[in-house]
Design a protein around this ligand. Structure first.
Ligand SMILES: NC(=O)c1ccc[n+]([C@@H]2O[C@H](COP(=O)([O-])OP(=O)(O)OC[C@H]3O[C@@H](n4cnc5c(N)ncnc54)[C@H](O)[C@@H]3O)[C@@H](O)[C@H]2O)c1
Length: 255
């Protein structure tokens, strides 16, 4: 049964890195579906825009929405974020680990710093947030953890050793969470997008973009909203029996 919003038991969703791109589309879809939403952005500089977006969600969908700046690779910042969620809503039902970065380069040229930073933002962040979220969800005996992986985490990608390793790590983390918390009605799933039109892919060198559509069965890039629909489904009661899965959404790119 689809989730029916009710002011007494309205479910709360936290989306990391939600100020733009896929995270923004996910936050929008969840607000549309009746969730109260916490829009996380990476720092104080992006907070006014994230706040404006949260206000927009509240006005458009009539749900509570709030914004909180926190670098999710930082344990203290994650503590602050979860204190904000507890103070603002007093519960958490859905966690979407979406924040992510790239620092591409061939393995031979990749610096240790570029490796560490990508692992910290893309993978360690999900460990930090999931252990906080799982504690709350266990008490509520219901929860959804949705992690943004990538098809690159499954098949690898030349020039993205750090990014591919972080996304493969996310998949292992997701499956483990699914096993550890299944008995508490908490599901954990990974979404593995292919090539989605966002600022992240707009930064790619021309060389990498050329001929990309030819490698995709549907012959086009995906839209953030298309990924968001999958996240919204996984967050809903309709996906109650799906856990520990890596669900590709790539227009057939990985075929
Ligand atoms: N765009 C694609 O083709 C694609 C494909 C596969 C997977 N993904 C994944 O989807 C997710 C969203 O990507 P996108 O394309 O929307 O990228 P994007 O660059 O548009 O958005 C990423 C968001 O994460 C935020 N962020 C970065 N570091 C952060 C930190 N330390 N703390 C909090 N927030 C932080 C950014 O501020 C930004 O809002 C990422 O995890 C990405 O790896 C994207």
């Amino acid at each position: 049964m689809p989730f029916v919003p009710d002011t007494d038991t309205r479910r709360v969703a936290l989306v990391t890195g939600a100020a733009r791109g896929i995270g923004r589309a996910v936050a929008t879809a969840l607000a549309r579906d009746g969730f109260a939403v916490v829009v996380n952005c990476s720092g104080e500089k992006s907070l006014p825009a994230a706040q404006e977006f949260a206000d927009e969600l509240a006005e458009t969908y009539g749900v509570p929405a709030a914004a909180c700046a926190a670098d999710v690779s930082d344990a203290d910042a994650v503590d602050t974020l979860f204190a904000f969620v507890a103070d603002t809503y007093g519960r958490l039902d859905v966690l979407v680990n979406n924040a992510g970065i790239t620092r591409d380069g061939s393995l031979l040229r990749m610096s240790e710093d570029d490796f560490d930073r990508v692992i910290a933002v893309n993978l360690k962040s999900a460990f930090l947030t999931s252990r906080r979220a799982a504690k709350i969800m266990m008490k509520q005996r219901w929860g959804r953890i949705i992690n943004m992986a990538s098809i690159v985490g499954v098949v690898g990608n030349a020039g993205q050793a750090n990014y591919a390793a972080s996304k493969a790590g996310i998949i292992g983390l997701t499956k483990t969470i699914a096993r550890e918390f299944g008995a508490r009605h908490i599901t954990a799933n990974a979404i593995a997008p292919g090539f989605i039109a966002t600022d992240m892919t707009a930064e790619l060198p021309e060389k990498m973009l050329a001929g990309m559509n030819d490698r995709i069965a549907l012959k086009r890039m995906g839209k953030p909203e298309e990924v968001a629909e999958l996240a919204a489904f996984l967050a809903s009661d309709r996906a109650a029996y799906i856990t520990g899965q890596v669900i590709g959404i790539d227009g057939g790119m990985s075929l």
